[in-house]
Design a protein around this ligand. Structure first.
Ligand SMILES: *Cc1c(COP(=O)(O)O)cnc(C)c1O
Length: 399
């Protein structure tokens, strides 16, 4: 593991990531092809718009889109895509954003899609100067809600595909797109962490956005793909609000390398390896009363399973969140996926491990569960204290 030393040298904790692709942990393991491509192009001058043309061709080949480009992040992609829908190729209007006087500036989005991926979806819309118009309620949206939200000021519609969104009661993409298209409203799909590079465009998206640094194992970046004219309008924002979201040659070429590596990746082999990790952990946890471990499919049908670990604190003598925190405090720190931990379960995500780390995870789980079992009282800190500590610590940065 070549990465151990650099963290040591910098005085950073050598975290083991079983939480998934998290910005706060450095996203994903960049594939070797990406690291090599980026270091090869860094010393060279290139004409950036020509490099973006080359990226467009690779993005088009993999996604089936007419065109594409690379930007700073998927979040940036949302903002640029919406900006493009408002300004078209009007360069003066592009420079005036986020002032949208005289432009269509409403963006419809289902309320159940307005989630946080580390920052709010609606903020990515508002940064462009657009006004989010919420469709339906948190857990229900019907066709009449969408039809009623669209008017002559509607510039675009946003559709979010993610485990974060409400997964019932909302409109499915193909019907959502039909309704929008019947009213000449373009559909932008945020598919940041979806493995499916073609399906959303096929289902009716005009633009689709991906993160380069999630499943693709690329550099921190975002991919915008879709109808050529709309891609162009989003791309032109680089002369406006896109400036603060720019990527350099290394990220553009890094994304090209990531996409090409994705085409050649041994997807079945990786799936089998991940499955073996889940089996190992499930077996290790089987020795503990009060712990149940079940393999669960990804909620958005990515070809990825996770282990859901549910604890009964009266038997384990520790709550799920205290167990997660104990793992994170350990040596090495093991970071589990804990966004639903108030229900006394957490997930172990196998997709970001270096070989051998699966054993470390099994060992650390056992150590903490043994320690808790030997405890005379139930380790149960207050969840609100836990959240407060997290935000207090953030507010103290850089101390
Ligand atoms: C991760 C994520 C984003 C943000 O992607 P970045 O490339 O990190 O900006 C946006 N939307 C969804 C659904 C995500 O999962």
């Amino acid at each position: 593991m070549t990465n151990v030393n650099i963290r040591n040298m910098l005085g950073l904790r050598e975290v083991v990531n079983v939480s998934g692709t998290m910005t706060g942990l450095g996203a994903s393991i960049a594939v070797p092809e990406v690291a090599e491509a980026m270091s090869r192009i860094l010393p060279q001058f290139v004409e950036i718009n020509d490099l973006q043309r080359k990226a467009s061709a690779v993005i088009a080949r993999l996604t089936g889109a007419e065109a594409g480009f690379v930007t700073a992040s998927c979040s940036a992609g949302i903002t640029l895509a919406i900006a493009g829908c408002m300004t078209g190729d009007n360069l003066a209007a592009i420079e005036r954003l986020p002032d949208t006087t005289l432009l269509k500036n409403e963006v419809v989005v289902q309320m159940g899609h307005v989630v946080s991926y580390g920052a709010p979806v609606d903020q990515a819309i508002r940064i462009a100067g657009a006004k989010p118009v919420l469709v339906g309620q948190a857990t229900s949206a019907f066709e009449h809600h969408l039809e009623g939200a669209i008017n002559e000021r509607t510039a675009a519609a946003v559709y979010v595909v993610s485990h974060h969104v409400v997964n019932y009661g909302l409109l499915e993409l193909s019907r959502f797109a039909e309704i929008c298209h019947a009213r000449n409203v373009p559909v932008i799909v945020d598919a940041a962490s979806e493995y499916d590079l073609r399906g959303f465009l096929e289902a009716g998206a005009d633009l689709v956005l991906y993160s380069g640094h999630k499943f693709l194992g690329g550099p921190t970046s975002g991919i915008v793909a879709g109808a050529k004219e709309m891609v162009r309008h989003a791309f032109l924002q680089n002369a406006g609000i896109g400036r603060g979201m720019k990527v350099g040659k290394e990220s553009i070429y890094g994304v090209m390398a990531a996409l090409e590596a994705w085409e050649k990746r041994d997807h079945a082999g990786i799936r089998a390896r991940e499955k073996s990790y889940l089996d190992l952990w499930r077996e290790a946890l089987g020795a503990y009363g009060g712990v149940s471990a079940a393999i669960e499919a990804d909620p958005t049908q990515n070809p990825l399973d996770r282990l859901r670990v549910t604890v009964d604190p009266t038997v384990t003598h520790i709550t799920a969140w205290d167990l997660v925190d104990a793992l994170a405090r350990g040596n090495p720190p093991v970071i589990a996926r804990d966004h639903e931990v108030e229900h006394n379960y957490f997930y172990l995500d196998p997709c970001n491990l270096h070989p051998g780390q699966e054993q470390v995870v099994a060992k650390r789980l056992g150590e903490e569960l043994d320690k808790a079992r030997a405890s005379n009282e139930i380790i149960a800190t207050s969840l609100s204290d836990r959240n407060r500590r997290r935000f207090d610590s953030l507010r103290r940065w850089p101390d």
